[in-house]
Each structure stands twice: as structure tokens, then as C-alpha cells.
Design a protein around this ligand. Structure first.
Ligand SMILES: CC(C)(COP(=O)(O)OP(=O)(O)OC[C@H]1O[C@@H](n2cnc3c(N)ncnc32)[C@H](O)[C@@H]1OP(=O)(O)O)[C@@H](O)C(=O)NCCC(=O)NCCS
Length: 171
């Protein structure tokens, strides 16, 4: 199987990313909130226009994992001061468990000068993602779960204290 190469997303990737998000959202969230609701949400949140706006969003990085024959994963994060917020991290079902998610997070850590923490909100019922983030070193920030309005799912907030050797304090 081809090693995925992590690079910045381009306009030409957006159809593949849209497809990846729809497939991965259905695989992940249909059992939790039903296929109809997932289809409605992913159609809106992951429209071409919504994705296109992320290509030029300020203080942000939009990455894809490119296998050479397709897009295996994507990540989108933005920086506010010393904190990175991880907004999206999705690996296609066929490529999960191959280290793609780890590579995407690792690459994001190199993208933001002065960042000390990375924050992510995860559906409390998404046990696989919770296990992944814990394996990456994320821990609960201690706050209570919050219900996300559109999906109706409870989310917990996890924070990674970025290890010193991964911080980019240059300039
Ligand atoms: C969660 C996700 C991003 C992880 O990416 P991935 O490429 O599959 O994960 P990796 O292969 O890099 O896994 C790294 C480590 O995380 C842990 N991990 C990953 N998936 C796991 C799972 N399903 N169950 C338990 N632990 C898991 C393991 O410790 C793994 O290390 P190992 O392979 O040496 O055992 C990916 O599976 C995914 O996109 N899932 C569906 C969408 C989703 O939930 N996204 C996150 C929304 S917040």
C-alpha cells in the first residue's frame, strides 16, 4: 500500500475531500445520529463552497494525505495565540489504522509558530476517535460535555500540551 504524503490542500482536491468527508461521516456518525441527519449535515458543512472558503481562511492550515492515487485523509486547523484548534480530522475508512491520522496531526504541529497547545472537541460517543487522541497524548480539559446544536451530540474537549521539541518558536 502507498505511503500517504501530507501536503497543503489545493482547489483541485476539493471534490475528493468532499467525497472523503461524506463517506467518513456516514461511516462514523450514522450509527450515532442516523444516515438522514448525517447526509443533511455533511451536504451543508462540506459543500464545495464551504471547503473552498477554508483554503484561504486566515491563520489556518488545510492539509490532505495524498497516496498518489487519491486522498486518504484531511485535516483543518486554525491558530489563536498560543492555541491551535483542530476543527476537522478525517481519514477514509479504507485507510484508518495506517498512521495517517497521526501524520496529519504531526504535520499540523509544525505549521503554527508559537503554539503551545492543540484543542479538539470530540463526540463523547466516538470511542475510536477518543482512543486515537489519547494515544496522541491529548487529555480532557476538565470541562463538562457540551451538546453541539446541529448534530445533537455531546462533545468533550481534549487538549494536547505540545511537547517542547515539537514547538516552533522560531523568528
Ligand atoms: C480517528 C482517526 C482520525 C484516527 O486516524 P487513523 O489514521 O485511523 O489513526 P492512526 O492509524 O494514526 O492511529 C494511531 C493510534 O491511535 C489509536 N487508535 C486509532 N484508531 C483507533 C481505534 N479505532 N481504536 C482504538 N485505538 C485507535 C491507536 O493507539 C493507534 O496506534 P496503533 O495503530 O499503533 O495501535 C480516524 O480513524 C478517523 O478519521 N475516524 C473517523 C472520523 C473521526 O472520528 N474523526 C475524528 C473526529 S473528532
Amino acid at each position: 500500500m502507498a505511503e500517504a504524503f501530507i501536503r497543503t490542500a489545493m482547489r483541485a482536491d476539493l471534490d475528493a475531500v468532499k467525497h472523503l468527508l461524506a463517506e467518513t461521516w456516514h461511516a462514523t456518525y450514522d450509527p450515532l445520529i442516523g444516515a438522514e441527519k448525517v447526509g443533511e449535515i455533511t451536504g451543508r458543512w462540506h459543500s464545495r463552497e464551504a471547503l473552498e472558503s477554508r483554503l484561504s481562511a486566515p491563520n489556518s492550515e488545510f492539509l490532505v494525505a495524498d497516496t498518489g492515487s487519491g486522498i486518504a485523509g484531511m485535516a483543518f486547523a486554525s491558530q489563536n495565540g498560543r492555541e491551535i484548534t483542530l476543527h476537522q480530522l478525517y481519514v477514509a475508512p479504507a485507510h484508518q489504522g495506517e498512521g495517517v491520522g497521526t501524520k496529519l496531526v504531526g504535520e499540523l504541529l509544525t505549521c503554527f509558530i508559537g503554539a503551545e497547545t492543540m484543542r479538539v472537541e470530540v463526540a463523547s460517543a466516538n470511542a475510536n476517535a477518543l482512543a486515537f487522541y489519547r494515544a496522541c497524548g491529548f487529555a480532557s480539559d476538565g470541562s463538562d460535555p457540551v451538546t453541539e446544536e446541529t448534530t445533537g451530540m455531546d462533545h468533550v474537549t481534549l487538549v494536547l500540551d505540545i511537547p517542547e521539541q515539537h514547538r516552533w518558536n522560531a523568528l
